[in-house]
Design a protein around this ligand. Sequence first.
Ligand SMILES: N=CN[C@@H](CCC(=O)O)C(=O)O
Ligand SMILES: [Zn+2]
Length: 426
Amino acid sequence: MSNSIFVKNAAQVITMQGHTDKPAKKEAMQQLSIVENGSVLAQDGEIIAVGTEAEIKNNYPDVVRNAKEIHATGKIVTPGLIDPHTHLVHAGTREIEYAMRLKGKTYMDIMHAGGGIHATTEATQKAGFEQLYQTSKKRLDTFLLHGVTTVEAKSGYGLTTEHELKQLEVAQQLNKDHVIDIVSTFMGAHAIPIAEKDQPEKFVDKVIDEMLPEVAKRNLAVFNDVFCERGVFTPEQSKRILEAGKQYGLIPKIHADEIEPYGGAELAAEVGAISADHLLKASEIGMTKMAENDVVGVLLPGTAFFLMAAFADARKMIDNGVAVALSTDANPGSSPTLSLQFIMNLGCLKMGMTPEEVLMATTINAAHAINCAKEVGSLEVGKKADITIFDVPNYLTLSYQYGMNHVDTVIKNGEIVVEERHLAYY
Ligand SMILES: N=CN[C@@H](CCC(=O)O)C(=O)O
Ligand SMILES: [Zn+2]
């Protein structure tokens, strides 16, 4: 069997090259580095050449001769998409709450009445490892069909040491078994359990003294995330939890300023978070501090869409120098979708981003948000051969035709994992 693969003669190969050391900011978010009529050659799971067919054939005649060929004529080739914020592992759905919200109840009302995150926590606590494994595996299969080759996955629906570990262990096992790479985040501070709501500090102590050491001992997470929001965790509590995680080498992330301005963006800069996520209501000072401290802004327009809220001001963030990434925020309450392509549509139509910026935000900048830009996020020599081929004639079409799946072929670690699907486009 051939260990090399030659993706030939695409209408456009969109490389994203040149942003591996630092995420793209401001005008650099427009620089996709496109090879027209381009090709990509990979061997042993790694990219070894990007250029025109003639150049690559000339430089690597033997590898090309033995390679499996993929004809990408009339299609575009991008790095495998990266989703840097998901709540992948959970049980249950919340369509009843959706119907309640359509009649005027708010997300926070429902949560404080014992629904929301608490409802999913109850379902997730009841579910065994195998059930969580199988449902999360299906979600990964769907992500892959939509062109995603790396995802971040959070815990946070366990809220006890036992069940937080269970969620993270499911993600760890799936990372071994599934072709998609999973980068895990511990989020024991996703909500204060209903039964402990009168003693929030005690729960914060539990996260710090009980959960964090176990997560770290078992090497189950790279990041440590907190839902910093009025009525959930205060900036002070969030800071304690994030600083404590740093003692174990866990890198801070924050669910910040989603419902109201609450100092989350500022806190992200202060604790050296790799990203601050949501940011619908981030203050201008917060944005400036994020830009100055290289905190990636992970924007989740699916959440604003689904909660019928005002969208984050991506335009202002980018113009102020924040490196922006995009994600589905896949979860059963505020963003039940597995389509990063629809998120790109929303980025353009609802947050003032350009088609170039949304591509940057779902590839190399997304890789930076989860600290894996050295391995993935661009089509450059030495990176993993994670490649998505879309059956569209140019990249503009990806964010122009909305709510559709344009994926034709997906290659992960140099292997074809989604075969040519021959989809029509509009
Ligand atoms: N906002 C907090 N956490 C999740 C939603 C969790 C849920 O509603 O189940 C989010 O990122 O949107
Ligand atoms: Zn989230």
